[in-house]
Design a protein around this ligand. Structure first.
Ligand code: PSU
Ligand code: MN
Length: 302
C-alpha cells in the first residue's frame, strides 16, 4: 500500500517502533453492535482498559477514505454518533478508500488493517461465522476467510451465539485456523460461558499464548490467525434459559422480516438487548472488557 493509504496514528507508530505492546480494537461493535449513547462510553472505556494494562489501544476505522489505525477522541465520537458511518468488511476497504467514504470496520477489515500496520494482537467480542440456515442464505461472515489468511491473534468470546456454532467451528478447522480455549476445554458461547462444544487446545496464561504465537512464527508457512477464546465468567453470563428462548424468537423475527446480508448481525444483537431487558448487553460488555484486558496482557507477554 502507498504510505498514505494506511494511516497509523503517531502514538501507534511510535509504540510499534519501540516494540511496546499494542492492541487493535474494532469499530463495528461501537457503531453497529451496541446501543447509543452507551456505545461511546464503551469505546472510551475499552481504550482505557488497554492503557491501564500498559498497552497502546489502536481502534481501527475508515474515515474520509483513510484507513486509520489508532483514533482520536473526536474520531471515536463520530463513529459512535454519526448515522452515516457505514459497516465495512475487508472487501469494502478498496472501494471505500477510493470513494473517500467513512465506515466502522468489522473483524475482517480490522484484522487486515491491524496486521498490515504490524499489530500482533486484536481483541473483540464475538467473531462472525456461519449463519443458521446457511444452506439457504449462503451467509458466512467474511471474518472467517480473512482470518484464515491473516497473521494476527484474535482474543474473543468465541463466535456469536446467533450463528450456527458447530458449522463455524468446522469452517475454522477447514480453513486451518487454530482455536485455543483460554482456561477452558470448550468453545465459549459469547453471551454464555460455554457453547458446549469442545476445542482441541487449552492455554491458561498470556505467556502460553505468546509461546504459541512464537511457535507459529518459527514454523513459517502461510500466515493464519490464532483465535484465543476466553469465556465470560459464569457470574457475568446471560441466563442460559433466557438466552435460548429470546434467541429463538429473534431468529424467527429476522426470518419473517426478510432481513439479510450485513443487516442480520446488528438486527439480532439489537433485538436481543431489547428482549432481555438489557441483560444481553451486560454479558456482551463483560465479555469484551475481559477480552480487551487479556489482549493487553498477551501483547505485553510477547
Ligand atoms: N461481536 C460483537 N458485536 C459486533 C460484532 C461482533 O460483540 O457488532 C461485529 C463484528 O464486527 C463482526 C461482525 O466482524 O459483527 C460480523 O458481521 P457479519 O456477520 O455481517 O459479517
Ligand atoms: Mn453476514
Amino acid at each position: 500500500m502507498p504510505e498514505t493509504t494506511l494511516m497509523p496514528s503517531e502514538e501507534v507508530r511510535e509504540a510499534l517502533y519501540a516494540r511496546r505492546p499494542v492492541v487493535a480494537l474494532e469499530s463495528t461493535i461501537i457503531a453497529h453492535g451496541l446501543p447509543r449513547p452507551r456505545n461511546l462510553a464503551v469505546a472510551e472505556e475499552l481504550e482505557s482498559l488497554v492503557r491501564e494494562a500498559g498497552a497502546v489501544p489502536a481502534t481501527v476505522a475508515v474515515l474520509d477514505g483513510r484507513a486509520r489505525v489508532g483514533l482520536e477522541r473526536s474520531d471515536l465520537e463520530r463513529i459512535a454518533t454519526d448515522p452515516e458511518v457505514r459497516k465495512f468488511g475487508h472487501r469494502d476497504l478498496a472501494p471505500a478508500l477510493a470513494a473517500g467514504a467513512s465506515g466502522a470496520t468489522t473483524v475482517s477489515a480490522t484484522a487486515f488493517l491491524a496486521a498490515r500496520a504490524g499489530i500482533r494482537v486484536f481483541a473483540t467480542g464475538g467473531l462472525g461465522g456461519v449463519h443458521r440456515e446457511w444452506t439457504v442464505s449462503q451467509d458466512e461472515s467474511a471474518d472467517l476467510r480473512l482470518l484464515a489468511g491473516t497473521g494476527i491473534t484474535v482474543v474473543c468470546a468465541g463466535v456469536k451465539s446467533i450463528l450456527d456454532v458447530p458449522a463455524t467451528l468446522q469452517r475454522l478447522e477447514t480453513l486451518g485456523v487454530a482455536v485455543l480455549g483460554y482456561g477452558t476445554g470448550y468453545l465459549p458461547g459469547f453471551y454464555l460461558s460455554s457453547s458446549g462444544l469442545p476445542v482441541d487446545w487449552t492455554v491458561r496464561t498470556p505467556e502460553e499464548v505468546a509461546d504459541v504465537m512464537r511457535a507459529q512464527r518459527a514454523l513459517g508457512g502461510p500466515e493464519t490467525a490464532l483465535i484465543v477464546a476466553r469465556p465470560v465468567p459464569e457470574d457475568e453470563q446471560l441466563d442460559p434459559a433466557l438466552h435460548d428462548r429470546v434467541l429463538a424468537e429473534a431468529l424467527d423475527e429476522c426470518r419473517e422480516r426478510g432481513i439479510d446480508g450485513q443487516a442480520v448481525t446488528p438486527f439480532l444483537l439489537d433485538l436481543l438487548v431489547k428482549r432481555t431487558g438489557g441483560a444481553s448487553l451486560e454479558a456482551n460488555l463483560a465479555a469484551v472488557r475481559g477480552n480487551v484486558r487479556l489482549g493487553a496482557r498477551i501483547a505485553a507477554a510477547l
